[in-house]
Design a protein around this ligand. Structure first.
Ligand code: AMP
Ligand code: ZN
Length: 112
């Protein structure tokens, strides 16, 4: 289920433009509009929920599917030497978009 007032749901529906790098029936990967690394992609499942703990069975399956697909997508988009995945969860993590998303960061050695 997608939401009517979520920016990432609007991107999934094509109502807001994005630079897509991968799409199938379960997930979309697009470039972050304010990149924090040479490569900064966002992977979103095509269903709306905010937190891992709010995922129903379908949502958990989609998270599992995204983690399975991300290595190949990262490699094909400039992260041949590695990448970092980040899932911000809630206020203290600075989550600003309340549609679960996986940041894919790489393209160059990342500071820790
Ligand atoms: P988070 O802080 O984990 O909620 O991350 C949200 C991310 O979404 C930030 O890195 C933003 O730069 C990114 N973002 C927000 N709006 C857009 C958009 N329209 N297209 C692409 N990325 C976006
Ligand atoms: Zn959404």
């Amino acid at each position: 289920m997608l939401s009517n007032d979520c920016i990432f749901c609007k991107i999934i529906k094509g109502e807001i433009p994005s630079t897509k790098v991968y799409e199938d029936d379960k997930m979309l990967v697009f470039k972050d509009i304010e990149p924090k690394a040479r490569v900064h992609l966002l992977a979103v499942a095509k269903t709306h929920f905010k937190l891992l703990e709010e995922a129903n069975a379908e949502g958990r399956g989609l998270v599992d599917y995204m983690l399975f697909k991300i290595p190949e997508i990262a490699r094909q988009n400039g992260c041949e030497n590695g990448y970092r995945l980040i899932i911000n969860q809630g206020a203290d993590a600075g989550q600003t978009v309340f549609h679960l998303h996986i940041h894919i960061l790489g393209g160059k050695e990342l500071p820790w």
